[in-house]
Write a protein that binds this ligand. Structure first.
Ligand SMILES: [Zn+2]
Length: 448
């Protein structure tokens, strides 16, 4: 094994550097497989290389760096929440249960065994680095264009036989044809967002997507999607992607499933579809940069704190704002502490009633302090007969308190999670008319 494997070419797929190492080694495929993959018949997949942790150690590389810069996994992680990201990370580092995790059988249309390259990048790489190689940014499933050269990528099947993979580097025949402007744009959008993701700026793409949908009028005030209009517009936009697999684009004016899937952060989707929606909402990467920086600034100034689901990391605030926030925080904390002192047996609910504003300010802005200092949560006992009227009334106080402390747009789902945690406001909203109308009223005021 070469202890000095070179994996330093710009944008190189980690797997590509393994191939180059194999070529330098002069070993047979079987022997190399046995050494690297611990089996003579390696079934290693170039795109979904498992045991990354072990391979990175073997080649003396930093596993996180390999993971983030040498694989296409960030493409899948970018729309996932924190848990999903951790799951992907762990499963690639150790186990082999990867396809099931990413729903790859549903997602990948015959792309699984293909590697793509750009014939112009190939020529440039040979001149500049003396060797062609597989670029990471060309391998994202669904993408068809090189954002740099505005041409179509050339797809090559990765041959396998009983010995396992045939290791090879790009072998061009003809140059890639010109790609459409939309196909080029979407590649640039992906490159840009993934580079930000890799740099760890903590951008919450799902939330930004929803805010863009809202600003563009595709989300109604109640938080539901205007599916018909959105689908019609997406269908028209899909005409600009003649080389993309039709399975990744909306199929007809009644393909509502497509729209529901891409606007919901909860449903696992092919990442291409989400990037397709982003491209549609923003046009090109310059507008995307502008719009994302506005969204980031708005969120940072309004909260200064991170979102739990992999959202914005805490960022430095201007001194004055920071000092003001700290003072406010201390004021609310001392209110809560006094309330607990004056009523040591109080439940959470009692504290909430005694100092509603402080309760929700801290719940929203310093959850750690909140959980450490509040009386313990008491689990509600299950009662077969529910008085929905009474529940609606009781919860309406909570809803009002929560919304008055909210400093950004809150979806009905988020509100439900925070105040009931039991889908009372979403699934049973018809039984909670007071709460629901409170929310609508708040939305109208906020949007005005
Ligand atoms: Zn290129």
């Amino acid at each position: 094994m070469s202890p000095v494997m070179v994996w330093s070419l710009p944008d190189e797929l980690f797997y590509s550097s393994i191939i180059r190492d194999f070529m330098r080694s002069g070993m047979s495929v079987e022997n190399y497989n046995k050494k690297v993959f611990l089996s003579r018949k390696s079934k290693a997949n170039p795109l979904y290389t498992v045991q990354l942790g072990r391979l990175a150690n073997l080649y003396k590389k930093d596993v996180d760096e390999v993971f983030l810069s040498g694989t296409i996994l960030p493409y899948f992680m970018i729309f996932g929440n924190h848990e999903y990201r951790v799951k992907i990370h762990d499963s690639f580092s150790e186990s082999r249960n990867v396809k099931r995790l990413l729903n790859l059988t549903n997602f990948i249309n015959n792309e699984e065994d293909c590697l793509k390259f750009c014939s112009y990048c190939y020529q440039e790489d040979r001149v500049e680095f003396g060797v062609p190689y597989w670029h990471r940014s060309h391998q994202y499933p669904g993408m068809v264009a090189c954002g740099k050269h505005e041409c179509l990528l050339i797809s090559t099947r990765v041959d396998q036989d009983q010995r396992g993979l045939h290791f090879s580097l790009p072998r061009p025949g003809v140059n890639g044809a010109e790609a459409s402007i939309d196909e080029v744009n979407i590649s640039r959008v992906v490159d840009y967002l993934i580079s930000r993701f890799v740099e760890g700026d903590g951008l919450n793409v799902n939330r930004s997507l929803r805010e863009m949908l809202f600003k563009s009028g595709y989300l109604s005030l109640s938080g539901s999607t205007r599916r018909k209009v959105l689908l019609r517009d997406l269908l028209a936009f899909s005409g600009g992607f003649p080389n993309v697999s039709s399975g990744l684009l909306p199929s007809s004016e009644i393909d509502y499933k497509y729209v529901s899937g891409i606007v919901s952060p909860a449903l696992p989707q092919h990442p291409f579809k989400k990037f397709f929606l982003l491209s549609f909402l923003l046009g090109d990467v310059e507008k995307l940069k502008e719009s994302l920086s506005t969204l980031v600034e708005e969120s940072v100034v309004s909260s200064g704190y991170s979102c739990e689901d992999g959202g914005l990391e805490r960022s430095p605030l201007p001194d004055k704002v920071h000092a003001h926030n700290q003072a406010l925080m201390r004021k609310h904390q001392s209110r809560i502490i006094n309330a607990i002192k004056s009523n040591p047996g109080a439940k959470r609910q009692d504290i909430r009633e005694a100092c509603c504003a402080a309760y929700y300010y801290l719940y929203n802005n310093d959850r750690k302090w909140f959980e450490e200092n509040m009386p313990r949560k008491i689990k509600a006992r299950c009662n077969g007969k529910v008085d929905w009227g009474e529940r609606d009334l009781e919860l309406s106080v909570v809803v009002e308190g929560y919304l008055s402390g909210a400093r950004r747009l809150v979806s009905l789902n988020e509100l439900d999670k925070a105040v009931s945690g039991r889908r009372w406001l979403t699934r049973y909203r018809h039984r909670m008319p007071i709460c629901f109308s409170l929310y609508l009223e708040w939305l109208v005021n906020v949007s005005a």
